[in-house]
Design a protein around this ligand. Structure first.
Ligand SMILES: [Zn+2]
Length: 257
């Protein structure tokens, strides 16, 4: 079988769309030659052309770029047990059949409703099976690289998320900055904090029902809408952390004529 690979990840880079900027300090080949010869009898010029090996020192959060949220992110407990960190999640959650639900809407800037999600499944001729990876395409990635990326997206409703979990889905991905509604909308919905249940409801749901979210996907419009496809979305193995960046890739079967 031959596959066409589609990259569904954003680059990890310094830009306007990260709340805590990714910082990359580059050690070039010349500096690398000095670094590698420190404390030895060698000299930087002993390297061919005086050039050693480069490296980068990076500073980022576990939620920088396209990443997978683990139950530990949502709270200390999940389903009554200690919430699992990203390195403890089963690998088979992150490799398998996936589908994308088209929830791009010119008309709505509200969270994706349960009926809307069910309608997408039906109208796209799909059926959900336990263990499927579900992506929700809202078109929010078009704002990546701007400040609006933080504030102008839909997010997913609690009811829609609960319904997906009811179908046995364990991994749900979105193309927006966050899985829940934008921060300013949640504050408003909470009556300036009086109703705490309006704050990150889908994240908090993970305290009673164990699941993983993928945030900040891109290129979901390049995926087929009427059939499932293979996806790999392994998070990097950050010990004891609540999330991990992931290179999310779809494998589309190429038909041979
Ligand atoms: Zn996150």
């Amino acid at each position: 079988m031959t596959y066409r690979l589609i990259d569904l990840s954003l680059p990890l880079e310094t830009g306007l769309s990260e709340p805590e900027p990714v910082q990359i300090e580059r050690v070039d080949h010349r500096q690398g030659a000095f670094l590698l010869t420190q404390g030895s009898d060698l000299h930087a010029d002993h390297f061919p052309d005086g050039l050693g090996l480069s490296l980068e020192r990076i500073q980022l959060t576990s939620h920088s770029g396209t990443h997978v949220d683990a139950p530990l992110h949502y709270g200390p407990l999940s389903e009554g047990k200690r919430a699992r960190s990203i390195d403890e999640m089963p690998l088979d959650w992150f490799f398998g059949l996936a589908l994308v639900l088209d929830c791009r809407s010119e008309a709505s800037s509200e969270v994706v409703a349960c009926d809307e999600l069910k309608h997408a499944v039906f109208s796209q001729g799909l059926t959900l099976e336990a263990g499927d990876i579900v992506f929700i395409n809202t078109g929010a990635d078009s704002l990546w690289g701007t400040h609006e990326y933080f504030t102008s997206f839909r997010g997913v409703s609690l009811a829609a998320t609960e319904w997906l979990l009811d179908q046995g889905i364990k991994v749900i991905g979105v193309d927006s900055f966050g899985f829940d509604a934008p921060f300013h909308k949640m504050i408003q919905a909470s009556g300036q904090g009086k109703n705490g249940r309006a704050l990150w409801p889908c994240h908090v749901l993970g305290r009673s029902r164990e699941y993983c979210q993928i945030e900040r996907l891109t290129n979901l419009s390049m995926l087929p809408t009427h059939k499932k496809f293979l996806v790999s979305c392994f998070p990097i193995k950050l010990k004891g952390c609540g999330a991990g960046p992931s290179r999310v890739v779809a494998f589309l079967e190429v038909d041979h004529e």
